[in-house]
Design a protein around this ligand. Sequence first.
Ligand SMILES: [Fe+2]
Length: 442
Amino acid sequence: MSTDNEIARAFLPVTDEVVQTDLTVTGEIPRELNGALLRNGPNPFSGRFAGNDVLDWWPEAAMLHGLTFSDGKARAYRNRWVRTRNWAGHFNADAAGELVESNPNINVIKHAGALLALSEGGQPIEITPELETLGASNALGTFSGGMTAHPKRDPVTGELMTFRADWNKPWLRYGVIDGSGATTVDMEIAVPAPAMMHDMAITETHSILMDTNVAYDFSMLQKGFRIPIRWQDSRQSRLCLIERDGGKVTWLEIEPCFIQHVVNAYNAPDETILLDVVRYPSYFKLDEGGEKFLPNPLGVLWRYSIDLKNGSVTEQALGDLHIELPRINETRMGRENRYFYAVEQPDHDEMRGIVRYDLKNGTTRHHPVPERDQNSEPVFVPRPGGVNEDDGWLLVCVYRDASNTSEIRILGAEDISKPPLATIALDRRIPAGFHGAWITAD
Ligand SMILES: [Fe+2]
């Protein structure tokens, strides 16, 4: 078992920005991998994280990491802080007035031709594949000023479904942005109080938001908490089912919970929607004195079955493995998926190991990662022209504790228990972070 201090090494920030082209590769990189793996996450400008919890990482500056591939070769690794007004202030840069005040440290997407770093509700910032900051973008229509870091793209229509859960009124907006960046839906959704919503789901007909027992409590700011959110027994967890084109909104009550990330959702036979998530029975719960958080339980795969005929919801665990950061082949987004991939969590402090679920057979396959090492979420890259859902690769960033360095592993998605097809070793650390994306070379 590793101690807290040892685990924390995977979370230590890096202090500089580099471009490295002389990369050590073992194995064979698939020639069809042409593009860049981008990874976003918080990295303080100096010093280290205040603690070892997601709420300590969340406010820290956005740093992007990128590894480019072409023609069977790993070309370059880069890391860059996103140029924000905060960045300019810290480094005494001149251009502060032209920079955006936002902290897009959560995710990366490409939409309407723009590559965007996304924040938890704040303004997205456009970047280049080389991780240079371009600045404000209007590729997200009327949501360009701020939105979730987990919008969902329909792979067939090219539409991006999104929402904004704000600390200010209106507390909740839902929208659809078409493939050209034009807003086709922008509607307010009435909620009694601001909710903490991180992820969302789509099907071919509906979008689903999750309003859980975790919500804002601004009185926490006076007590010194940096992020004023906590579990609230008094709240009723609900799914918000929205007709995707901005039609009817239906609230559906569910058991008390917190949902951080969605696996996928889709329209199933008999007018049913299936929604798979990683669910927690509680999260961010304060101790009795309201002074500090209790340890969070670990999340498990959970399925909601929504009966559209009568508006009822049934829910059940689909296993007891502790997982987070689920990813699918996103060409199946909003459609029935047989497989998904996730990080395993052997305990609270570790993200160690990758699991592949086969939802049809109820089986799992595993890519184990040794004790003391840690890994990022598995990003699925479909093989160009591939037909089968699992025809592609998983790109996983693994922190190696013994060398204090990171490596990118390329796993064959159809059997992740086999050794990696290729490993690209860096001579430095990519600190543990949030989400990443595969951006194909255009
Ligand atoms: Fe997330």
